[in-house]
Write a protein that binds this ligand. Structure first.
Ligand SMILES: [Zn+2]
Length: 81
């Protein structure tokens, strides 16, 4: 469906936003795209907090990924001793 505010961007249905909220996302009204929600002062806070959480989650995953090769090298070095 197309956003009811800007009339150009792809918006999401109530079912999609309900599913997003169930996964810890912001509660957004149906028929509005992310860009319009971001620009809406009433919705911006919830969206930006969610974006911050997603960002923190991504950094945590990247760190976990980076830790594994280091553990591998540590074991390799231990094996050479
Ligand atoms: Zn829009």
């Amino acid at each position: 469906m197309i956003c009811t505010r800007c009339g150009s961007a792809e918006a999401h249905t109530e079912a999609e936003y309900t599913a997003l909220a169930a996964k810890g996302g912001p509660t957004l009204p149906a028929g509005i795209c992310f860009r319009c929600a971001w620009e809406d002062p009433a919705l911006h806070k919830a969206l930006s907090e969610w974006a911050e959480r997603k960002k923190a989650e991504t950094y945590r995953r990247v760190r976990e990924f980076l830790v594994r090769p280091l553990e591998f090298i540590d074991r390799l070095v231990d094996g050479l001793r």
